[in-house]
Design a protein around this ligand. Structure first.
Ligand code: UD1
Length: 378
């Protein structure tokens, strides 16, 4: 069974690593990996491949950055001849980035079946580019793997046939478990000048709605500077946000840097971190602020309190089963919510069902069974 797996952006690499590893362990599967090149900087791409032991891509079509239409169209234009030549039995896509939708659309137009891992999540906010990518990818996928039960309800409501939907757990949690020994050994906390057990907060921000407008970004940061008078904040910065912050005169530390350790207060602006350092940093934090989907899931699994800087989440299991609270984007709430959360951390209810590190194995089992059944019927 030949499967073409497509990745493009940072969270895709994390989700794909356990899948490729499970496919490689199965003698009946020949996995091919295509990188669209949506993310291309070393710390956004190559470092993830190395740390997650992800095979070098068989094809890197190098689309790079651009408007949504350009990026999506370029992935389609460059992927089509590859799929047309390889004619795989299946194209597998993960997550909700532009590359996910572009690859699914290219495959389906060539009559190649599509599997979507992390299907069915809905924020019900169509202003989010990812929501459009999720809706459209799910509508044209043949096999839909969901991470939580809300996904099934959403897909059924949208008219997806129940037999296409499989509840398998969460491959992002597979990666967290598979690489636990390595991230537990990361020295990131010491490299920041903190001692083991020192309290700190982690912040990530990259949603266009939060960072593209310089004024709302400044308002956020003013609130975080106020909070940082009480507890240090570590802020690994996405390249686009960095460009914007540099324009506004914010200074960055280059890692590792032992000359200027993180003081007991203040914000440390860091370049984007690799996977192992970032998970290690999150796992020892008192509190994480984020607008990322993956971080809401990882903190839930790690039992670290998470405050989500958005009005909605497409991952309700992180609230019902996890440590996540969706607090909106009003800067005035940031300090209050943080202090309340530090005083009285939310109790965890245990990880959501099937978030047990075995999702990739289940997915591969289902794909092989379906393929064998289809071959027998033909
Ligand atoms: C993309 C995904 C988002 C995901 C995020 C993870 C879409 C619509 N968005 O957002 O869902 O959560 O990845 O990081 O697919 N840039 C670099 N170097 C890189 C990559 C990007 O400098 O390696 C800069 C460029 O200026 C680029 C900007 O970041 O224009 C945005 O990159 P892009 O891939 O368009 O979207 P992200 O914000 O990264």
């Amino acid at each position: 069974m030949r499967i073409v797996n497509v990745v493009g952006a940072r969270p895709n690499f994390v989700k794909m690593a356990p899948l490729i590893s499970a496919m490689r362990r199965h003698s009946g599967i020949r996995p091919t990996l295509v990188h669209t090149g949506q993310h291309y900087d070393g710390p956004m791409s190559q470092q993830f491949f190395e740390e997650l032991e992800l095979q070098s891509p068989d094809f890197n079509v190098g689309v790079g950055s651009g408007s949504h239409a350009m990026q999506t169209a370029e992935v389609m234009r460059r992927l089509e001849p590859i799929l047309d030549t390889l004619r795989p039995d299946l194209v597998l896509v993960v997550g909700d980035v532009n590359s996910t939708l572009a690859a699914a659309l290219t495959a389906v137009k060539l009559h190649i079946p599509v599997a979507h891992v992390e299907a069915g999540l809905r924020s019900f906010d169509r202003a989010m580019p990812e929501e459009i990518n999720r809706l459209l990818t799910d509508a044209i996928s043949d096999v839909l793997f969901i991470t939580e039960e809300s996904g099934r309800e959403n897909l059924l409501r949208e008219g997806i046939a129940p037999e296409k939907i499989h509840f398998v757990g969460n491959v992002m949690i597979d990666a967290l478990e598979a690489f636990r020994e390595r991230w537990e050994r990361s020295s990131i906390v010491g490299r920041l000048g903190l001692n083991d057990g020192d309290p700190y907060v982690v912040l990530t921000l990259h949603r266009p709605s939060n960072v593209d407008d310089p004024l709302s970004l400044t308002n956020f940061l003013d609130a975080f500077h106020e909070l940082a008078r009480q507890i240090p904040i570590v802020f690994p910065v996405h390249p686009r946000v960095k460009q914007q912050l540099l324009r506004q005169g914010y200074l960055f530390r280059t890692m590792p840097d032992s000359r200027e350790p993180l003081h007991r207060k203040g914000i440390a602006y860091l370049d984007a971190l690799g996977y192992l350092d970032f998970v290690a940093l999150m796992s020892r934090a008192r509190l994480v602020f984020t607008d990322s989907g993956g971080v809401q899931e990882e903190t839930t699994f790690l039992g670290i309190p998470c405050l989500t800087l958005r009005d909605t989440t497409e991952r309700p299991a992180t609230v019902t089963h996890g440590t996540n609270r969706v607090i909106g984007t009003e800067p005035a709430r940031i300090v209050d919510e943080a202090l309340r959360c530090l005083d009285e951390p939310p109790r965890r209810n245990g990880p959501p069902p099937l978030w047990d590190g075995q999702a990739a194995k289940r997915i591969v089992g289902i794909l092989v069974n379906d393929h064998t059944a289809a071959a027998a019927a033909a």
